[in-house]
Design a protein around this ligand. Sequence first.
Ligand code: AMP
Length: 175
Amino acid sequence: MSIKQLLDSNIRDIPDFPKKGIMFKDITPIMQNPQVVTSAIKEIIKEVRGWDIQAVAGIESRGFLFGIPLAVMLGVPFIMIRKEGKLPYKTIAQSYELEYGTATIEMHIDALKKGDRVLIHDDVLATGGTAEAAAKLINQVGETVGFSFIMDLAFLNGKEKLKDHAENVSSLISY
Ligand code: AMP
C-alpha cells in the first residue's frame, strides 16, 4: 500500500466539528497504529532530507505528536509553539488574524539561537494562517527553512500563503 493510501485509510472525517460546515480531519486512527506512525515519520524524513534543519518547531497541540519523533530522528532540538499564556518561562509572541478577531502564539525566548534553521510542523495545513504566524515567530530569532504537514486541504490554498515564507512545503497527502 502507498503511504497516501495508508494515511487516507487512517484519517477519519468528522463532519460539522468543531462547528457547522467544517469537515474535521481526525488523525487519532493514525496514532492508534504504530506502523502507520512509523511510515509517516519515515516519509517526512525523506521529504525534508537536505533542508539543513537545526530544530523542529511543533504547533500546539497536534503538531507536537509527530514533531517530537521528527526532531529525535533528525537529531535536533524540539521547540513548542503554544497558545498565549501556556509557556512558563519568558516568551516572544506573534499575533495573527482569525476569521473573527486575533490570536497570539508564543515560544520561549531561549528556544532558538540566532539564525537557527527551523522546520515548522503541524498535522493539518488549512488556510495557512497559523503556520504563517509560526514562521513570523521563528523568524524573530531564527530562519524558517520549511514546513511539514501530514495533510493539506488544497482547496484552501494554504501552500500559496506559505511560499512567501519558505521555499519548502511538504505535505504527505492532499484533500
Ligand atoms: P489554519 O487555517 O491553517 O491556520 O489552521 C488552523 C489550525 O487548525 C491548524 O493547527 C490546523 O491543523 C487545524 N485545522 C484547520 N482545519 C482543520 C480540519 N479541517 N481538520 C483538522 N484540523 C484542522
